[in-house]
Every structure is written in C-alpha cells, then in structure tokens.
Design a protein around this ligand. Structure first.
Ligand code: GLA
Length: 453
C-alpha cells in the first residue's frame, strides 16, 4: 500500500485524506486529467495544504464518486453478441409525447405485429420518463405521465416477452434537463435493476468537465454490481467536442466498457445535410463506415436509431428508407425502430420485417460491412458472413437510376468461381454466375444480395 502511495501523488492524496479508501485509491490510476486541480503532487504540498486547511485543493472529487478501473484487462459485460434490436421512443415521441400509454401500446404492438418474433426485443424509454428525485435521492417516474411507476411498467413489458430499456445521462441533468445520474451512479443502477431494466442508454449532456471514459466505466461498474444483465449503450456521440479533460472518442475505449457507442450526433428524418445537432442519413453513413474495424460481437458502432416509418413517404422516400435500413444492416448497426407502431402501414412493415436483411445485420460473425468500391455516387459494399458468404450492397446516391456492377474479386473470391446470389429485397435466387453481377439501381436506392461460393 505504501509503495503504491509513493508511486503516485494522486494515490498519496487518496490515502492522506480518505481514510479506509484503499479500494478507491488502488483503482485511481491518476491518468484522468480532471483530477488535476484537486491534486497536490507531493507529500510536502499535501502537508502544506492540510496545514492551511485548503482541502479543496487536495481532496479528490466527491469520495462518493468512486473511480472505476480503466486498465487494459477490463472487459465489458459479455452481452449483445449481435447488434441490439428494438424500439425507442425518441425519434417519434420525443420528450412531451412520451407516456405510459405509448409504452404499453407499443409493447402490445411489438408482441403481436411480428416485430418481437423477428428479433426486435428491447422496448426502450428515452429521455423524459423521470420525475424529481425523492428524499433519499432515488430516481422516480414522472407521476403524471407514468402513473403506474417503472416497476409495473417493466413487468408489463416483460409479460409481453420483451425486454425493458431505459435512459439516463452521465451529467447532472439529461439532455432534456431531467435528473442525470452523476453522483448517483450506484443508486440509480440499483433502481434500474429493481425495476427489471435490461438495457440502459446513457447520454452525455450537462457533463461539464467529466472525462467520458471514466464516467461510462463508472456506470458500467454500477450496472455490473447489481448482478443483473443490463446492456450498456454509450450515447457519447463521438462528436469532436473535446474539453480539457476529455479528448477521447468512444470507439477508442467502448470495447471494455459497454456494448454499443454512438458514432455521430443525432439522426434527422432526412437524406442529407446537417441542421444544428442533427445529421441526414448520408452524413451518418460517411462517419460510421470508416469505423468498421471497431465493431464486433458485444461491441458495436451505433449510427443512431432508425427513421423508417416515422413520417411515411415525407422525410425519407420509401426508396431512401429501404436504403437506410439496408445500410444499417450492412454496418451491423443496432436496429432500433422509432416509428409509431400503432399506425404501422404495409410499406413500413415490408422494410422493418425483411428477415433476410435482418439476418445480415444479426450475422453472428459480427463483422461490420464496408465500402469496397467508391465511384463517386455509385458504391459497392461488402460484409463478410459467418457461413463464408458475403452480403453485397449496390448503392446509388445519384439523382438518377444507374447500372452498378461488382466483381466477385471485390468480395474476396476468384472471379472464375461460380457464386450463388440471392436478391434480399426481391426475395429471389439469381442462380450461380462467374465473374460478378450487375443491376439497375434506382436513384437513392440499393440492390442487396447475399452471395455464397
Ligand atoms: C441526445 C441523444 C438522443 C436523445 C436525446 C434525448 O440528443 O443523442 O438520442 O436521447 O438526447 O434528450
């Protein structure tokens, strides 16, 4: 213990001022620059500060904020071996319209409209479910919007064969200014577990000078301490907004902490273009695609939730919605639907319930597909699959229909090999061919194949 204390100034401070804090100090590898202003570097500085009673300058942050281990041996929880699938309230219902009725109706729909059986297992409440903290500091449900409370709601969701997801934030407040979990991590994790929560989306608003890796690791530890299996969704955006204390990006550390991490700011129901914090589908694709090496079973890049079926043919055309869904499947992205399921029409259903496309997303190899050819507006994508086959996407970004060709060699097979192809939107076998394949692809559209040598 003494040797460790001598080794680092930060540990020394921990021992000097927090009695019995060995566990704390031992894991407090002083790599976090957010500690700087609290830490007296030498024994002399500590003694001087104590003599002057300037505890603020020497105390570690609030000792209830236990420091997590960030060492390289750390591993995540082993959950989400394929990308999570489900529904989330945010894209359609936002803050004001989220109510218990919406959640119960959604549970009814998911369990009876084919979604649950196609793999959409998580029903996730986003921001704006909470009321004020109670006298003990525990989170409570908004009593007007959620009169039955979260335990009863979780029971209802489970009774429909679904899993229960919830939302909180690593800051003092959520993005919609509801109570965040900063300083309440273990308490909130225990509340979530007692309500039967199976999935936590943990956002990054109002976090001040917190270090993101540490903040997420702390909540991951708190979730694990409950003993319940809770998928951990890191909503840290990957946006380049470094403060002095936080320069890292979630895909650099997410693997050892959570199961998925956002790679962009929020999706908009539009094909292209940034509006404030919102990005169109194409903008998101171009940010998420290069991150393919970071994805794998249990740890996924998250290019944000689906806009399929949100405003029918208005925000995105049907062609664009099919492309959006196909690209998310190629990128092994979480498939989290946002539409109002009580008014789901056939066109939406045909996209969301295309089991052949879902199978590409959920392939157990867990490889994220990528662009293997980029001819400006015309692209070819490839995703290796567990059976040795590939998913292939021909993608036309241009404003008019175009013919796109691909060679089997672009997918790792000799051109002379006879390769069987199946069209995953037409649900049709295309036979075996040598050399490659070409197809007419609509504007903003895709042709998606599964090929097998
Ligand atoms: C952020 C997140 C969104 C959503 C809102 C809720 O913007 O990125 O996905 O959770 O907060 O306020």
């Amino acid at each position: 213990m003494a040797a460790y204390a001598r080794a680092t100034g930060a540990a020394l401070v921990g021992f000097a001022l927090v009695s019995g804090a060995f566990a704390y100090a031992q894991v407090a590898a002083p790599t976090d620059v957010s500690q700087k202003r609290y830490v007296a570097r030498t024994a002399e500085e500590v003694a001087a500060a104590r003599a002057k009673r300037v505890y603020d300058t020497v105390q570690p942050p609030n000792p209830t904020i236990i420091r997590p281990s960030l060492d390289n041996k750390r591993t995540a929880n082993g959950l989400a071996l394929t990308p999570p699938m489900g529904w989330n309230s945010w894209n359609k219902f936002g803050c004001k319209a989220l109510t218990e009725k919406v959640v119960r109706d959604t549970a009814d729909e998911m369990s009876s409209n084919g979604m649950r059986d196609a793999g959409y297992g998580y029903l996730i409440l986003d921001d704006c479910w909470a009321g004020p903290r109670d006298a003990q500091g525990a989170l409570t449900a908004d009593p007007v919007k959620f009169p039955s409370g979260m335990k009863a709601l979780g029971d209802y969701i489970h009774s429909k064969g679904l899993k229960f997801g919830i939302y909180s934030d690593a800051g003092a407040l959520t993005c919609a200014k509801q109570p965040g979990s900063q300083g309440h991590e273990y308490q909130d994790a225990m509340s979530f577990a007692s309500w039967g929560v199976d999935y936590l989306k943990y956002d990054w608003c109002h976090t001040g000078s917190r270090n993101s890796e540490e903040a997420y690791a702390l909540m991951a530890d708190a979730l694990r301490a409950t003993g319940r299996d809770i998928v951990f969704s890191i909503c840290n955006w990957g946006v380049d907004r470094p403060n002095e204390f936080d320069k890292s990006l979630p895909w650099e550390w997410g693997l050892k902490i959570g199961n998925l991490w956002r790679t962009t700011s929020d999706i908009r129901n539009d094909w292209q273009g940034r509006v404030r914090f919102g990005l169109g589908v194409l903008d998101i694709v171009d940010k998420n695609e290069p991150l393919y090496p970071y994805a794998g079973p249990g740890h996924w890049n998250d290019p944000d939730m689906l806009e399929v079926g949100i405003d029918k043919n208005e925000g995105l055309t049907w062609e664009e919605q099919r492309s959006h869904f196909s690209l998310w499947a190629m990128m092994a992205a979480p498939l989290i639907v946002g539409a109002d399921l009580t008014i789901m029409d056939d066109a939406t259903r045909d996209i969301l319930l295309n089991r052949e496309v879902i199978a590409v997303d959920q392939d157990r190899l867990g490889a994220q597909g990528r662009r293997v050819r980029d001819d400006g507006d015309l692209e070819v994508w490839s995703k290796p699959l567990a059976d040795g086959g590939r998913a292939v996407l021909l993608f036309n970004r241009s404003g008019s229909p175009a013919r796109i060709a691909t060679k089997w060699s672009e997918h790792g097979y000799p051109d002379a090999l006879k390769v069987a192809a199946r069209d995953l939107w037409a649900h049709r076998d295309l036979g075996r061919t040598k050399g490659g394949f070409s197809a007419d692809v609509p504007s903003h559209g895709v042709v998606m194949l599964r090929i097998q040598p």
